[in-house]
Design a protein around this ligand. Structure first.
Ligand code: NDP
Length: 292
């Protein structure tokens, strides 16, 4: 326990989202605080879209040092903060608000970098061709970070044409990565030149863990890394099919663990033990204990 802090006054952190009941982040963060002997707490709060401004005002008044924002608040929270980190500005969304030493509140986006760090445990994306299935919030954060990390070509594959086109154009205009959009109609054929394929859609999220993205599975090759953002279940049908074809796989708990560790570092200045965080999530979802 940090002796400099009053015994009965922990540093407060937490999360605003709706729905919030199934969000396991509180268990992961509280375990990490305990493990590192930090006098911090993390409170999971369900907040409506029209209650966000009051919730943020309340957090500031109550002396919070940081908070996460999840759906539906990641874009709306920006106007309630004093500034943005580089990733949050490029992605246009904040999942982690941080109180600075001077009292200013800065919004960061750690979703994409969480995925990137998780991927880097297997491969450096610099110079690689990568397929991103989806163009929503998770896909946007991942596409921006992969492009900034030097991926040579990104294929954005999305059902909604306007959303997919907008994301591909945004990444192409703001980074050096060649970025192309593929309308997702019928089975997507993964080009042989691709090394990583990420399911960044909500397809496969419990209770629909058996549902597969519309991809021709015969185009997955054993030299490819197949990733999923879905944390629950950790072993989606997509990852199981990829493993059957000899591909290396990366589950959504890796991204969740790594983004949680980034948030932890922003709020405490301490490098989090990711094994402890992953262990908690794995216990909750019944998955393998290895990082990523
Ligand atoms: P959004 O609602 O912003 O985007 C959803 C995406 O999924 C869109 O591209 C949408 O396509 C696509 N999609 C949904 N259903 C289908 C379908 N049946 N066929 C084709 N495409 C489909 O959600 P987010 O991006 O915020 O979240 C996506 C997932 O990422 C969630 O399940 C969430 O749990 C997970 N996530 C995981 C994190 C982690 O740390 N592991 C962090 C953040 C999110 P369209 O545009 O055509 O509607």
């Amino acid at each position: 326990m940090d002796k400099s802090q009053p015994l009965f006054l922990p540093s407060l952190t937490g999360s605003f989202s709706k729905p919030a009941g199934d969000n396991p982040t509180v268990a992961m963060m509280e375990a990490a605080y305990r493990h590192h002997g930090l006098h911090y707490r993390y409170i999971n709060m369900e907040v409506d879209a029209d209650g966000l401004a009051d919730a943020v005002r309340g957090a500031k008044a109550q002396g919070y040092v940081g908070f996460n924002c999840s759906l539906p608040h990641k874009a709306e929270v920006i106007r309630l903060l004093d500034g943005l980190g580089e990733s949050a500005r490029l992605i246009g969304a904040v999942n982690c608000a941080v109180k600075q030493g001077d009292g200013r509140w800065v919004g960061e986006n750690t979703d994409g970098v969480g995925f990137l760090e998780s991927l880097k445990e297997l491969i450096d994306p610099a110079g690689l061709e990568i397929v991103i299935l989806g163009a929503g919030g998770a896909a946007r954060a991942i596409a921006v970070e992969l492009a900034l990390a030097g991926a040579s070509k990104l294929y954005v594959v999305n059902r909604s044409v306007s959303r997919g086109q907008e994301l591909a154009a945004h990444v192409a205009a703001n980074t050096c990565a060649e970025t192309v959009f593929f309308p997702w109609a019928g089975r997507f054929e993964v080009p042989a030149s691709v090394t990583v394929v990420v399911n960044a859609t909500s397809i496969g999220l419990a209770p629909d863990g058996d549902v597969l993205p519309e991809v021709n599975l015969e185009t997955l090759r054993a030299n490819m890394i197949i990733a999923d953002v879905i944390p629950n279940p950790p072993q989606t049908a997509w990852l199981k099919e990829a493993a059957k074809r000899g591909c290396k796989t990366l589950d959504g708990l890796g991204m969740l663990t790594h983004q949680g560790a980034k948030n932890f570092h922003y709020w405490t200045g301490v490098v989090a033990d990711k094994k402890v965080m992953r262990h908690v999530l794995a216990e909750i979802f019944g998955a393998s204990q290895t990082v990523p």
